[in-house]
Design a protein around this ligand. Structure first.
Ligand code: 2HA
Ligand code: ZN
Length: 271
């Protein structure tokens, strides 16, 4: 065993936290990440039979029993993950039929997993049902996406159409569209429940005046989704008060989707 910080999955998580901080998406203690870690891979770096302590879960996570997650700590600053990963990150395993999580490593000095753990675990459950390669849920406060929720109708179809029309790549990156939720209190199971409902259909769920939840098979994929949404939102904010001379039409988006063989939300276009 060679120390968990030598594990490629930990190095990638630490690097990603730094990237997200530098992009301005994770100010202060904003945002959180959870990554499903392969049990055999984790066992190469630490004794996974040893539980340091455990946390009760406020949801039924039976479908995730025995799964190991690398997660950010509640209150942790993404900016500080690299300098003190053992304080800011933890490795947990879902135990007791999904009623609790055992801490295998991290959260030094007595911390707990992210305040959005319910939203993460519920989202993992529904995404794994949709996609056996699903691994990552990440939440951040991407600036332009958040700003767009002040000035755009909060409707999945409307919001998706606008994003798709801002940049050619968007329909290719998220052909299923994005889900949008109205402003809600965060950090509880209610927001976890409605986020997971959106995650049945989408890999991106936008929380109005708060941020984004994104899921993927890897950190790169989840981050790439946020990058594309955030870029499109940025363009929208730049052009929304200008006299638009041309943009991508619904028919053109339909042709693009056919050209790339996309399984996309046809009902989101007026064809
Ligand atoms: O503190 O971003 O949603 C982490 C958050 C809560
Ligand atoms: Zn947040």
């Amino acid at each position: 065993m060679g120390g968990i910080l030598k594990a490629p999955f930990m190095k990638e998580l630490i690097r990603t936290c730094g990237t997200m901080f530098r992009l301005g998406w994770n100010e202060r203690n904003g945002g959180n990440i959870s990554v499903i870690v392969d049990g055999k891979e984790a066992a190469k770096y630490l004794d996974t039979a040893v539980s340091l302590r455990s946390f009760d879960l406020d949801i039924d996570a039976a479908e995730l029993e025995h799964r190991i997650f690398a997660v950010t700590r509640t209150g942790s600053y993404f900016r500080n993950v690299k300098t003190d990963p053992e304080y800011n990150l933890g490795l947990i395993r879902i135990d007791r039929g999904g009623k609790s999580a055992s801490l295998l490593w991290g959260f030094s000095g007595g911390g707990a997993p992210t305040s959005e753990l319910s939203s993460h675990l519920r989202s993992h459950i529904v995404r794994l049902r949709q996609d056996k390669n699903h691994r990552v849920v990440t939440h951040c406060h991407a600036t332009n996406t958040l700003a767009m929720t002040f000035v755009h109708r909060l409707d999945d179809r409307d919001f998706t159409r606008t994003l798709w029309k801002m940049m050619t790549e968007c329909i290719i990156v998220f052909p299923e569209g994005v889900g949008v939720l109205p402003w809600m209190i965060c950090g509880n199971d209610e927001i976890g429940r409605v986020t997971a409902e959106k995650m049945e259909k989408y890999r991106v769920c936008i929380w109005a005046q708060h941020g984004i939840f994104a899921a993927g098979g890897s950190l790169d994929e989840a981050l790439g989704l946020i990058e594309a949404v955030e870029k499109a939102a940025h363009i929208y904010l730049k052009v929304m008060n200008s006299r638009i001379l041309q943009s991508i039409t619904d028919v053109e988006l339909g042709k693009l989707a056919e050209a790339f063989g996309l399984n996309y939300r046809r009902d989101f276009l007026d064809l």
